[in-house]
Design a protein around this ligand. Structure first.
Ligand code: G4P
Length: 508
């Protein structure tokens, strides 16, 4: 029997403390020895996009995408979700590869926009969530207000698992409600250094609050949590070491082990013998000299062994995975074995794509990794027209990585790229320059949105396509796409061509 696996992500709004918490989790998990090793921090960091920040520190870019550590016999796989405000497909796909999430909220700010969006993605897939209310060492909002906000905004039952005794200047520790043990701050830094006390004397107002809370909120129900209906709420301060250890213990005790994955022809169960996994992320150009890429595969079933042959469903011959990478924080390690829930990095030269299923068993396809209709379309104009070939290569690569989507119009040579958030445009331009030496400008596109088109009646599809050539394009995989000037136009055209399906997402 392999050790238990907990594969999870941290979701939060920028600045809530995700980086700090990640560091502390890795520290508690024994994966790093000094806090401060995960990422650049502070103003320097925030001035840049996540990607550029990573770009500057290529050395750790892989390990910061997936970090594995072991604590008390449990293996934790922590998947990084980009922290910027733009919702990105990359984030969505990463969340398809986890079994649970930790939601970090700033005690002074409550639920913020990005937290909410990410939460909605988790909800779509019933990903269970543990909530961590961070920064109680500073003045924050009243505890009841925070708990009610979580319950109202997210429509979840909340169950406080711990309680802050004071906040900011009056902060005296965190009480574990199950054991009635308090963790106390020490020293000038007011950090947690291991001092605890059982059944402490509490200020009268706090004791009263706790009594009210225990009567008023749901009690903990592991089933409801795992179904995504209830969130246990922990209070703490990542900066001051209050909470990380409790979160690890909670993940070990309550968070679900690897779950069955939706797939065709039938869901893939973790205890199946055959190895099946799917690629949720591809990172290209880790080494600018070699143009290699790493496909991140989440293992869904079976025991993966080094050298094993796996077949990408739908395209290609079996590939032998000779040098898979496991992501123990700090080091890339060559994996000999991996189990369901684990993430394996597979080096390749572009054969593996986001959404690919890899399996020992023929014909399995993991479902539910959609492409989203882009919300922003731009025409790419080359500064140097002799660089067409390089541009095409770059756009193909970057779309394969999921940075952008690319559309090649049927008529004309103005390639169009599509993104779901503004930030992706910046990332595109900087990567074109840095990695492909292609200078480009992005110009307004005559189109505003895109839909993948299909029809069960080929004649109907052909008729539509013949009459609308000027608005047709192909995506990177050669699928036909209708480029529309507005969402209204999509509706109008869809009415007129009722036999044609106009899809805003395309499942890969
Ligand atoms: P993010 O990844 O979610 O964007 O947040 P990050 O951990 O970088 O934290 C954002 C800021 O909040 C940082 O301060 C960090 O030190 C601070 N912070 C995180 N957790 C806590 C906490 O529990 N208590 C308090 N008081 N602050 C916390 P900064 O000044 O912007 O950066 P830095 O220069 O201190 O690193």
């Amino acid at each position: 029997m392999p050790s238990p696996r907990r594969t999870f992500a941290i979701i939060s709004h920028p600045d809530a403390g995700k980086t700090t918490l990640t560091e502390k989790l890795l520290y508690v998990g024994g994966a790093i020895h000094l806090a401060g090793e995960v990422k650049a921090r502070g103003a320097n960091r925030r001035a840049r996009s996540d990607w550029m920040k990573i770009e500057q520190q290529r050395g750790i870019s892989v390990t910061s995408s997936v970090m594995t550590f072991e604590k008390d016999g449990v293996f934790f796989n922590l998947l990084d979700t980009p922290g910027h405000e733009d919702f990105s497909e990359d984030t969505y796909r990463t969340l398809t590869a986890v079994d649970s999430a930790v939601m970090v909220i700033d005690a002074a700010r409550g639920i913020e926009a990005q937290t909410r969006k990410l939460f909605e993605v988790c909800r779509l897939r019933n990903v269970p969530i543990i909530t961590f209310v961070n920064k109680v060492d500073r003045e924050g909002r009243p505890v009841f207000e925070l708990l009610d906000e979580i319950a109202d905004v997210l429509a979840l039952d909340v169950c406080p698992m711990s309680w802050p005794v004071g906040m900011g200047g009056t902060f005296e520790g965190i009480l574990d409600l199950a054991t009635n043990r308090i963790s106390r701050p020490d020293g000038d830094s007011r950090t947690f250094q291991g001092r605890t006390e059982d059944a402490p004397q509490l200020p009268a107002d706090v004791a009263e609050e706790i009594e009210l809370a225990q009567a008023g909120y749901a009690s903990f129900d592991a089933e409801a949590y795992r179904a995504g209906d209830l969130t246990p709420v922990y209070f703490g301060s990542a900066l001051k070491d209050f909470g990380p250890a409790e979160l690890i213990a909670a993940l070990a005790e309550f968070a679900p082990p690897p779950r069955p994955q939706p797939a065709e022809p039938a869901p893939v169960q973790p205890d199946e013998k055959d190895v099946t996994g799917f690629v949720f992320k591809v990172q290209a150009n880790m080494d600018p000299q070699h143009r290699d890429r790493i496909a991140f595969m989440r293992l869904c079933s079976g025991t993966f062994k080094r050298g094993m042959k796996l077949t990408p469903t739908g395209h290609g011959k079996p590939i032998a995975v000779h040098s898979p990478i496991l992501f123990f924080a700090q080091d890339r390690e060559i994996a000999d074995e991996a189990f369901p829930g684990d993430i394996i990095g597979i080096p390749n030269h572009g054969t593996l794509r986001v959404g690919d299923t890899l399996s020992e068993k023929p014909g399995v396809r993991i479902t539910g990794l959609p492409n989203f209709a882009p919300e922003i379309l731009r025409r790419v104009a080359l500064k140097d027209p002799t660089k067409t070939k390089q541009l095409r290569k770059a756009l193909d690569d970057l779309s394969e990585e999921g940075v952008i989507q690319v559309f090649y119009p049927e008529i004309g040579s103005n390639w169009i790229i599509g993104v779901v958030g503004q930030l992706q445009l910046d990332v595109l331009l900087s990567r074109l320059e840095a990695e492909y030496k292609v200078g480009a400008n992005l110009e307004a596109s005559p189109f505003d949105t895109a839909r993948w088109i299909s029809a069960s009646d080929p004649a109907a599809l052909k008729e539509f396509m013949d009459l609308n050539r000027s608005a047709l394009a192909k995506d990177r995989d050669g699928n036909p796409v209708f480029l529309a000037k507005s969402a209204w136009e999509v509706g109008y055209i869809a009415d007129r061509y009722s036999k044609v399906t106009f899809a805003a997402t395309r499942e890969r």
